[in-house]
Structure formats: C-alpha cells, structure tokens
Design a protein around this ligand. Structure first.
Ligand code: COA
Length: 349
C-alpha cells in the first residue's frame, strides 16, 4: 500500500489588504475589539474586477504544480473545497479544470466549510493509497468578501473572514517514514444552524415563518430567493460565536489527540501543529491545553483572518516556504467549523 505525500504546495492571497481600521468605515467596530477577541489585524479581499474563488485557486494550483515538477496534463484528479463558490452550481472543480486546460479528469467539490481541507485530504488519501490516482490536485479557495454583511448588523461575522487560496499536489510514496499516517473526520448536525448561511436554499423556512400555506404563482418564483429575504439580510452568514467558541475548544484538542494516540504519539512528539485559523484565541487555548511550545504551532490569522477551507493549506504553504517544516517532520492539521464538522490529519512531511 502507498502513502500520500504533498509533492508541491502553493498559496495565493489577493494584494488588497483590509485592516481593522478599514472596517470601521462600514460598521461600528474597532481595531482593539477585533484584535482582543480574534487576534486578527488585517485580511485580504479579492480584487473586485474578476478575481474569484476559482481564479485564486488557479494561481495557487499553478504554484503547487510547478513545485511538484509536473505539468497540468499529469493531474489525474481534482478536488476543490470551498464554501464560497463562483456559482451555486456547477462547482469550482470544473471551472478550474477549464481554466487550466486540464485533461477530462474527475473534478470533485467538497462542501465542508472550515474542515474542507482535512476532509478533502482524507478523500484524496484513499485514492492515493489504493493506487487509483498518482497526481491529485487539491485546491482550497475562498472569496468571502463578496458575501458578508458589512453593516453593524453583521459585524460579529464579517470582521473574522478573509479571502485566499492554497493548493497542493498529492502523490503516492513507498519511502519509509513519510506520508499521511491517518485522518479522522467527525460531524454533529444538531448544530447545523449555529453557523450557517440559509439563503438561497430549498429549506422553505422563510415561507413557513410567513405562514404561507398555499404559494401563489408570484411566490413560486421567489421561493429560492426573494426581495424580502434580502431586505431581512437572510442572504448573509449567521453565527452564534460564543457557541462555536465553546465547542471548538473541546473538539480541537480531542481530534488532535485522536490522531496522535492512533499512531502512538503524544503532543510533545509534534514538530508542527497547524490548526484551522478560526480565531487566535481558540488556537492559543488548544496550544495551552496540549502544552505545546510556541515553535510547535503555526498561526497566521493576524494577517489573513479566517480563510475557511484555505486556512490550513495557506499556513502549511507559508510554514514550508519559511523552512519551518523539514522532510520527516511530524505535522498535525486540525479543523473545526460550520456543520459542525471537525477533523484531523497526521503526517510525516
Ligand atoms: N465589533 C464590536 N463589537 C462587536 C463586534 C465587533 N465586530 N461583534 C460583536 N460585537 C459586540 C456584540 O454586539 C456584543 O455586544 P453587547 O454585549 O452590547 O450585546 C458584544 O460585542 C459581545 O458579543 P459576543 O458575540 O458575545 O462576543 P464574543 O466575546 O463571543 O466574541 C466572536 C465574538 C465572534 C469573536 C467569538 O464568539 C468567536 O470568535 N467565536 C468563534 C467564532 C469562530 O471561530 N468562527 C469560525 C468558526 S470556523
């Protein structure tokens, strides 16, 4: 059986830097509040003229493919994770396949929000281990800036998120002591509405709340998205932040320990933990709980905010560029987010 290695990794963030002070132009917030609660100083927002989730993903993918020393034609499967796709459907996988003029290979879209990278890596790992594919392109990209409520009403959500992308090429290896050791995925749908964007959607909650028993012809055309839904800000993400925080600080350490124990390791054996960049306070809590040293944890949320599916691979790509990960290092990646879904992956780099 093969093991999965990251043969090339790259990331792309938009040039446009948006500081906490920039946000005060739109909403009642402050640099002090945002830094104290989240650790975020600034984030990047996509260029309004044509930069999309897919185009950012393409930039990251080009770097990953170049670093792996292969060409676009060598890619035999695409996995694209995002919660902010260019279109409701089709997904970004095929848009990337078209933009990069790739062969007619499979393109899978992953919808696991902040856990997108860990879920995608786990799926890719199954295909690589069994010898099904030899060069999987895994892309994670988010363009949150187009879909946030920038009024004071949406400030608890909007200040957290940023745009960016990362990609990696996954290959099989039989080299001793390298590759993905295990992945661990979980979910708890009881909390689905705690962090969610409800519209557009097919749930009909809006209409049930209006007590509309029989939809007339006009409403038929408005069920998916109506003017009233927009007026009520139902097209923006909703979050019960304190509930997310409380659950995250329990599930992060739990799923990291699950990966370590499965492979006979303890926290002190880790060379690097890359937690999903949800909130610096959550990452610090996890570090403290596992008694990890500063050099064992990589965070970059101060500069990029929470880039959801892209946050772990952007951090992984940066850490690798900075020489913070060497061949053979024990690296753990862990995520928690909307769903709730959470998971971890342990690998020897
Ligand atoms: N600027 C200023 N004030 C803000 C604000 C902002 N951006 N956002 C919320 N507030 C206000 C609230 O209106 C509330 O005011 P009130 O006390 O007058 O009602 C007050 O701050 C406290 O709100 P609360 O939501 O309880 O704050 P909090 O301390 O829990 O911090 C989060 C909010 C979102 C930073 C925090 O809950 C969090 O980080 N949760 C986890 C979120 C997360 O990680 N999401 C991604 C998951 S992958």
């Amino acid at each position: 059986m093969f093991k999965t290695v990251i043969a090339g990794i790259g990331h792309y963030v938009p040039k446009n830097v948006f500081t906490n002070n920039d946000l005060t132009r739109y909403m009642d917030t402050s640099d002090e509040w945002i830094q104290e609660r989240t650790g975020i100083k600034e984030r990047r927002y996509a260029d309004r003229t044509g930069e999309t989730t897919t185009t950012m993903g393409v930039e990251a993918a080009k770097m990953a493919i170049e670093k792996a020393g292969i060409s676009n034609n060598d890619i035999d499967f695409i996995i694209f994770a995002t919660l902010s796709p260019d279109y409701y459907f089709p997904g970004c996988g095929v848009l990337l396949q078209r933009a990069m003029k790739m062969n007619e290979v499979g393109a899978l879209d992953i919808r696991n929000q902040c856990s997108g990278f860990v879920y995608a890596l786990s799926v890719a790992d199954q295909f690589i281990k069994t010898g099904t594919y030899k060069n999987i392109l895994l892309v994670c990209s988010e363009k949150h800036s187009f879909g946030l409520d920038f009024s004071t009403r949406g400030r608890n959500v909007s200040v957290i998120f940023g745009d960016g992308a990362a990609a990696c090429v996954l290959q099989p290896t039989q080299e001793e002591g390298r590759g993905v050791l295990s992945t661990h995925l979980h979910s708890d749908g009881e909390s689905a509405e705690i962090l969610a964007m409800f519209n557009p959607g097919t749930h009909a909650n809006h209409w049930l709340e209006q007590k509309v028993a029989n939809f007339d012809d006009a409403e038929m055309g408005e069920m998916f998205m109506s003017h009233q839904m927009i007026d009520n800000a139902q097209n923006f993400p909703n979050m019960d932040g304190p509930t997310v925080f409380k659950k995250a600080v329990v599930k992060f350490p739990e799923v990291i320990m699950e990966a370590l124990e499965k492979n006979g390791y303890k926290p002190s054996d880790l060379n690097l933990l890359i937690p999903h960049q949800a909130n610096l306070r959550i990452a610090q809590f996890v570090q403290q709980k596992l008694q990890l040293k500063d050099e064992q944890v990589y965070n970059n949320i101060e500069r990029f905010g929470n880039t959801t599916a892209a946050s772990i691979p952007i951090a992984l790509s940066e850490a690798s560029e900075l020489g913070k990960i060497k061949k053979g290092d024990l690296v753990c990646m862990a995520a928690f987010g909307s769903g709730f879904t959470w998971g971890s992956a342990l690998m020897r780099w």
